[in-house]
Design a protein around this ligand. Structure first.
Ligand code: SF4
Length: 120
């Protein structure tokens, strides 16, 4: 009887362990990325628009329609993706055609970043 009890306890333990480990791994995994909405308080503070063509030109005179998330230095999407994480906004997903006041143009490929010793 004692060996039967031990056997049953070992069955329960072996069946429960992977499930317990899986639940712990899932509990520690980072949350899935969230799409940034214009109503998000951070988005509102940064004048974020899902479509760069809809930015208020009077409120943001520095804006141009050529400025969009896909051209921004902190946009982290892979080529061809229509949404990508924005480092400036907690890695929330922004559309390639979005815009906010934190826009900073990507350096042109093949050119050295500033600080290369060349003076203007
Ligand atoms: S910081 Fe750049 S990538 Fe992020 S929302 Fe603003 S314009 Fe888009």
């Amino acid at each position: 009887m004692n060996s039967r009890r031990t056997f049953l306890l070992s069955l329960v333990a072996s069946a429960g362990t992977p499930a317990l480990l899986a639940s712990r791994v899932l509990a520690q995994a980072p949350p899935p990325p969230v799409k940034l909405e214009e109503s998000d308080p951070i988005a509102m503070a940064l004048g974020f628009k899902l479509d760069t063509a809809k930015v208020d030109a009077k409120k943001y005179p520095q804006h141009s329609v050529a400025q969009k998330c896909s051209e921004c230095a902190v946009y982290q999407a892979k080529a061809g993706d229509t949404l990508g994480p924005c480092v400036a906004i907690g890695n929330k997903l922004v559309p390639a055609g979005g815009w906010c006041v934190a826009f900073s143009k990507k350096p042109a490929s093949g050119k050295k970043a500033s600080g290369d010793g060349v003076r203007n």
